[in-house]
Ligand binder design. Structure first.
Ligand SMILES: [Zn+2]
Length: 146
């Protein structure tokens, strides 16, 4: 492995976190340093091993990943807080709507009862009219028979 130059330079190509690919398009490979200054230290490298291609220490990549993840977690926590507030608002609206439905049901029951009573009165009036007409007719007949 010709990895003798990894102590002298770092070329992250501006990639934050774990570099999956080098800028040349090749997938990065993970290797372990065998130099005297960094023995056993893992790094990501472009398989071309050219100096102007990717080189990044794994610990730096992992640190950036953790940093990014922490920011994401904070963002999630903020989103969860917002969602909790929204759920509370929806609950309140729901409670108001349920109260409105309850009131409307009572109003409908009242109207229904009023309509039944009204219908009963109308029926009674019709029956009364028919009876009156019959009485009038028979009374008329009674009168005309004399
Ligand atoms: Zn490359």
């Amino acid at each position: 492995m010709s990895s003798g130059s990894e102590d002298s330079f770092v070329n992250t190509m501006g990639i934050r976190g774990v570099p999956v690919k080098c800028e040349c398009g090749r997938n990065s490979v993970m290797k372990t340093s065998k130099t005297k200054t960094n023995p056993g230290r893992p790094f990501f490298r472009c398989p071309t091993y050219r100096n102007d291609h990717l080189f990044k220490w794994v610990e730096d990549a992992v640190y950036e990943e953790v940093e990014y993840t922490l920011v994401k977690v904070e963002s999630f926590e903020s989103d969860i807080s917002k969602a909790k507030v929204e759920i509370e608002c929806i609950k309140n609206v729901n409670d108001e709507l349920m109260e409105e439905v309850r009131k409307t049901k009572i109003e409908l029951n009242r109207l229904s009862l009023a309509m039944k009573v009204g219908f009963g009165i109308v029926c009674l009036l019709i029956v009364l009219c028919i009876v009156m007409m019959m009485i009038e007719k028979s009374f008329g007949l009674y009168l005309s028979s004399y």
